[in-house]
Ligand binder design. Structure first.
Ligand code: GLY
Ligand code: MN
Ligand code: MN
Length: 439
């Protein structure tokens, strides 16, 4: 049995249970369709419904849909191929998935509704329905939250096929990261570095899973920096790149930080790299991800202490909230079909959730760690003046040291980890760099 076939079996079983528990006979998962810009006829970039690509690795066929009837064991894929001489149609290569689904090629959504007939009235529709005729379909419910929560909860455990796709996505992204690093050391501009990144893997900008962060010097402190200078700075001191790739709909999300020269900032990058690798050894089934996040804060606090950013001990810096000013985001998140994959707050498949932590509001993963989960580990440390303002005048912070870091922005290291038994985890990112002889 192929990995895809096993994946399909798992997805089928998950839908069987989810539909039974939430009172639906069937689900219709609509791939979606592009929206057009306001007062314009140009489409915005199209992103397929993640629950559609959970079934089949078809990313560029808007208006397609998957229909699954509880207990049937086999989905029907309505693959939309428009009869349209204005646009080229997505080329769907012959792939394993086509052997295991019922495939119906359509060029009009009426063919789908005619085919399904009365079944639609007992169907849960999942997808965007801002346009006709989809908005008029007579379905039992649209995006029922209970059904979606059920599916999202179980998506946290990846199938082998999903892990293989994530592995490939990391290989692609690592290759592109190597090209970007080279461009940084050649003193190229942010835009040029990013062009080299995309060129290395023959990607268009619309094909990466999220807005890439390509940041030189001070820009590294802007957490979602995604405007790129077209000219190189007079002096490139530091480089933070947070960029991914997509493979069969699965996402890579990798961050690396580089120093142009040896010295203070290079030492900081090395210290963060060591801290990140120590955190990796703490990932074990049964540990709560929140506790790992707190452990990360204490490590960042020790770095702050060791490098002289604070005049108090590490534990007090954590307790006083100082580490949150230097490291405001979460330790990481689930990753899979979506870069910030879903279900991080869900306690169970009934939709009960953990409330966001007041102490760490930006942490989006609060579940216990389990075998088969895939998540990122991405500690960092930055000079974010807006956050440091809360401590203005405080003698707990060594402001001269903060001034020393400011021209470098910040540092972050991010890998994706597959949780194995008893801490026998797989690091998709570092393995990919190692295969390239790059780390
Ligand atoms: N690149 C987005 C993130 O790291 O969460
Ligand atoms: Mn991330
Ligand atoms: Mn990232």
């Amino acid at each position: 049995m192929s990995l895809y076939q096993k994946h399909l079996q798992t997805v089928t079983q998950r839908f069987d249970k989810a539909l039974a528990d939430t009172g639906f006979e069937s689900a219709l998962i609509y791939a979606g369709q592009p929206r057009v810009a306001f007062l314009d006829d140009n489409p915005a970039p199209y992103k397929v419904n993640p629950l559609f690509k959970y079934w089949v690795p078809v990313l560029e066929s808007p208006k397609s849909a998957v229909f699954y009837r509880k207990g049937s064991g086999k989905p029907t894929v309505y693959l939309f191929q428009a009869r349209d001489f204005w646009h080229s149609q997505a080329n769907i290569p012959e792939q394993d998935w086509q052997q295991h689904v019922e495939l119906k090629v359509i060029d009009d959504l009426a063919q789908l509704t005619d085919d399904l007939g009365d079944q639609l009235a007992a169907t849960a529709f999942i997808g965007e329905d801002f346009a006709q005729p989809v908005s008029d379909w007579n379905v039992k419910a649209r995006n029922p939250q209970q059904l979606i929560d059920h599916l999202h909860f179980h998506r946290a455990i990846k199938t082998e096929w999903e892990v293989e796709n994530l592995r490939q996505a990391n290989r692609l992204a690592a290759k592109a990261h190597v090209a970007a690093k080279k461009a940084f050391f050649e003193n190229k501009s942010e835009l040029e570095i990013y062009s080299d990144y995309l060129k290395a893997i023959d990607f268009r900008e619309t094909q990466v899973p999220y807005n890439s962060i390509v940041a030189l010097n001070e820009h590294s402190a802007i957490l979602h920096y995604d405007v790129y200078d077209t000219q190189p700075p007079k002096q490139s001191r530091s480089f933070l790149i947070d960029a991914g790739a997509l493979y069969q709909g699965y996402c890579a999300d990798i961050t690396r930080s580089y120093a142009k020269q040896s010295g203070f900032y290079a030492d900081l990058v090395e210290a963060m790299d060591i801290a990140q690798q120590e955190l990796l050894t703490e990932i074990k089934p049964g540990v709560n991800y929140y506790d790992l996040h707190v452990s990360m804060h204490l490590k960042v606090a020790r770095i702050l202490e060791q490098f002289g950013f604070i005049n108090i001990d590490a534990q007090s810096a954590y307790e006083k909230g100082i580490t949150s000013a230097f490291m405001p985001h979460g330790l990481g998140h689930f990753i899979g079909l979506q870069v910030h994959d879903v279900g991080g707050f869900l306690q169970d498949d009934k939709g009960n959730s953990y409330p966001r932590s007041e102490r760490h509001p930006f942490l989006r993963l609060l579940r216990d760690i389990e075998v088969g989960q895939v998540f990122t580990i991405e500690p960092g440390l930055y000079v974010v003046d807006q956050l440091l303002e809360d401590f203005e005048g405080s003698k707990d912070i060594n402001w001269a040291k903060v001034d020393e870091l400011r021209p470098y922005g910040g540092v972050r290291i991010e890998d994706s980890i597959v949780v194995g038994e008893a801490g026998n985890n797989e690091n998709l990112t570092r393995d990919a760099f190692k295969e390239l002889g790059a780390e």
